[in-house]
Design a protein around this ligand. Structure first.
Ligand SMILES: [Zn+2]
Ligand SMILES: [Zn+2]
Length: 107
């Protein structure tokens, strides 16, 4: 693929899945200098995270895009540990808050 084709593919994917332009994607990436918004590592593959309470599918309406995450934070932390997709945002926040309290020796 030429870089022009790659750009077009990226544009189509972003538009199709997140209702987002490459320019909007770049703004999100630049917020933490290309790092994952949660763990601040520099992921090879950046994932656009959206609120599944709004759009339960893999596609987002664009309004519920939350930020840029690495695959570990998106799939393992939010998906598996917090079970956000399955049990909702309030449950995910409860798990994270208890995690903090646990590390602080408060539980
Ligand atoms: Zn991360
Ligand atoms: Zn949505």
């Amino acid at each position: 693929m030429t870089s022009e084709e790659q750009r077009r593919t990226q544009r189509n994917n972003l538009q199709f899945r997140y209702n987002m332009t490459p320019e909007q994607f770049k703004v999100l990436c630049d917020k933490y200098q290309g790092r994952c918004w949660i763990c601040l590592r520099r992921p090879k593959l950046k994932q656009v995270d959206h609120d599944h309470a709004c759009c339960p599918d893999r596609r987002s309406c664009g309004k519920c895009v939350r930020g840029i995450l690495c695959t570990t934070c998106n799939n393992k932390l939010l998906g598996q540990v917090c079970q956000e997709t399955k049990r909702g945002k309030a449950h995910a926040i409860m798990v994270l808050e208890r995690g903090i309290r646990y590390l602080n020796g408060e539980l």
